[in-house]
Design a binder for this molecule. Structure first.
Ligand SMILES: Nc1ncnc2c1ncn2[C@@H]1O[C@H](COP(=O)(O)OP(=O)(O)OP(=O)(O)O)[C@@H](O)[C@H]1O
Ligand SMILES: [Mg+2]
Length: 230
């Protein structure tokens, strides 16, 4: 593994449940993502995309196999150790924007930074810079319901990239947007990742944005068809 490797998965499996109801959802996944790459993960419903993202995002522990983020193992950890890894390495963008309706755009972006140990003031400053980077400096005091769908998803992008976590994971970030907004949001995400040096893995069904990927990885029934051919 070189320093330029962002993600390395070796023989990764995930089984939900035990005994008679056990279901193996990831069946030996090998994957290497170079630092700074912008990769899309595509595959049928139920093939294991969200499960794989959840393991990379240090939300779920794998059952067997090895997983490294920037050389640091994230397998074999206790559940209580995962949040700290998640805060150090991951910015997550969800299908819905998952913003808190009671908070302003700026407070939504600042919140995870405060969880990472930023002072309130430093978090607000970084949040403002991130909102400016997504073109929403003038909307920072708005609550999510006062924003359009595309603007909300841009706030979600600002929240994910604020504090510069090295790995951005996005689970169908354009699913709730029309074609035009979906394209713009993905272009924005790609540009920010390139400018700020984030590695990104984007789950999508949206073939209108495939051309923006450096690489497309396909998953079917818990196995990657082309995981280790960077
Ligand atoms: N928490 C869970 N407990 C048990 N089974 C689960 C759990 N989460 C997902 N599964 C099962 O694992 C399989 C893969 O689910 P996953 O959410 O990873 O698929 P996906 O590729 O993201 O699908 P979609 O495109 O519909 O979002 C499915 O059969 C699903 O029912
Ligand atoms: Mg999913």
């Amino acid at each position: 593994m070189t320093a330029a490797t962002a993600v390395r998965l070796e023989g990764l499996t995930k089984t939900y449940g035990e005994g008679a109801i056990a279901q193996q959802v990831l069946k030996g996944v090998d994957l290497t993502l170079g630092a700074g790459s912008f990769t899309m993960l595509v595959g049928p419903s139920g093939s294991g995309k969200t499960t794989l993202l959840s393991i990379l995002g240090c939300v779920l522990a794998p059952s067997t196999g090895r997983a490294f983020l920037f050389g640091e193992p994230i397998h074999g950890k206790r559940e209580s150790q995962l949040p700290e890894l998640r805060l150090s390495y991951i910015g997550f963008i969800f299908q819905g924007h998952n913003l808190l309706g009671s908070l302003s755009a700026e407070a939504n972006v600042a919140l995870p930074l405060e969880l990472r140990g930023y002072s309130r003031r430093a978090a607000r400053e970084e949040a403002r810079a991130a909102l400016e980077a997504v073109g929403l400096a003038d909307k920072r005091d708005r609550s999510p319901e006062e924003l359009s769908g595309g603007q909300r998803q841009r706030v979600a992008i600002a929240r994910a990239v604020a504090g510069r976590p090295p790995l951005i994971l996005a689970d169908e970030p354009t699913a709730s947007l029309d074609a035009e907004n979906g394209m713009q949001v993905t272009q924005l995400l790609k540009r920010l990742c390139a400018e700020r040096g984030h590695t990104a893995l984007v789950v999508t069904h949206d073939n209108r944005i495939f051309h923006l990927a450096d690489r497309i990885v396909r998953i079917e029934d818990g196995r990657l068809l082309d995981g280790d051919e960077p």
